[in-house]
Ligand binder design. Structure first.
Ligand code: SF4
Length: 363
């Protein structure tokens, strides 16, 4: 599949749907696949794929970077925004994410300086233009965004910009998948692996899935036909009992990923334990700046200590992110929690499971 029309060919879609139905019916049990990418979550809801296959249970995992950022980390961001002389630069999705007492949006109304940017380089530009202020970029994202932030740090270092720093809440996807598989209560028969992340890291980091857990993994693209083809590939692996990592999204993803991007990432960052909403602390699942770039680490420059507080009462985001509950299982879904008045992050981000279920999954 190379050209856009081919991903939307109704005849090919019908053929794949029938073949998936036949294959899943022949497997004698309900098969449960998890996607760990917010773009897949949205694509699956938008195309109505969940409702097509009675023998398939398609569940969403921790694939939205905003959603997996813990309440404590959001509270630290709020604390940062309250400090004088600070400009917080962030991607737009973070603005409305509620912490335990406030959100960046609330802080803007109280006078905090927050700039929405489309790239970390925009944040660096704000720092150049505001020498009397300290500009802190909120580095929230997976392996996809980390190389561009690493490149921005290298650029700041080359230019000697010292009023720029980042708060690194980066997360790494393979350790989270491993943590999910290690949990007794989570049952997964196969992974739909993220296309964007895999374009950077390649397919090798997923090899532990078939080797240690004997389940299949397929790296998928984002058109409905990509996803259908990936589901078919997962089912074929189960049927033929040959778990492996396969690449459906071969027009973008190479087994070796993007070595240039990975080199930049590891030049600037090193792995560190990170706290995921719903999953807790996962060893080596985050990124911190290496010692030689520590002067760009906002967590070392500012006092961001916050009290430990509970997540919003009733919010099931943690369970949703582990695939143990669907968004519609949450008693607050659509009643008091909606995209206009979100209670948890899964309803805020456009890639959140609850937002996708609210927008596309209710009919
Ligand atoms: S519906 Fe709202 S409160 Fe419930 S899990 Fe989703 S984001 Fe949290």
């Amino acid at each position: 599949m190379k050209y856009l029309d081919e991903y939307r060919d109704p005849a090919m879609a019908h053929d794949l749907i029938e073949r998936i139905k036949d294959l899943s019916a022949s497997i004698n049990r309900k098969t449960r696949f998890m996607e760990v990418c917010g773009s897949h979550t949205v694509a699956i809801y938008k195309a109505g794929i969940k409702s097509l296959f009675p023998n398939l249970d398609l569940i969403s995992g921790p694939g939205c970077p905003v959603c997996v950022t813990s309440s404590r980390d959001i509270d630290q961001i709020i604390r940062l925004a309250e400090l004088p002389g600070i400009i917080v630069a962030t991607f737009g999705d973070m603005i409305r994410v509620p912490g335990t007492t406030s959100s960046l949006q609330d802080e803007i109304s109280r006078g905090a300086k927050v700039s929405v940017v489309y790239s970390p380089l925009d944040a660096l530009e704000i720092a150049r233009e505001n020498q009397a202020k300290k500009v802190v970029f909120l580095a929230v994202g997976f392996e996809t965004t980390a190389p561009t932030i690493a490149a921005t740090i290298l650029q700041a270092e080359r230019e000697g910009v010292r009023n720029f720093s980042i708060l690194s809440y980066h997360k790494l996807i393979p350790p989270a998948m491993k943590a999910l598989l290690a949990e007794d209560e989570v049952r997964i028969d196969g992974f739909l692996c993220p296309g964007h992340v895999s374009a950077i890291i390649g397919s090798t980091p997923y090899e532990f899935i078939p080797k240690e857990y004997h389940i299949p993994a397929v790296i998928a693209g984002f058109e409905p036909l990509d996803i259908l083809q990936a589901l078919f590939m997962l089912l074929m692996q189960i049927k033929e009992n040959r778990p492996a990592v396969e690449i459906q999204y071969s027009r973008v993803v190479r087994p070796e990923g993007n070595p240039g991007a990975m080199k930049k990432l590891w030049q600037v960052f090193q792995p560190a334990d990170a706290t995921w909403r719903g999953l807790g602390v996962i060893p080596e699942s985050g990124l911190v700046l290496r010692q030689e770039f520590a002067h760009y680490d906002a967590s070392l420059q500012f006092d961001l200590s916050v009290e430990e507080r509970a997540d919003p009462p009733g919010c099931q985001c943690g369970q949703v992110l582990k695939g143990l509950q669907r968004p519609t299982d949450c008693p607050l879904f659509g009643r008091v929690c909606n995209p206009q008045q979100p209670i948890g992050p899964c309803m805020v981000s456009s890639e959140g499971s609850c937002a996708a279920a609210y927008k596309y999954g209710r009919s």
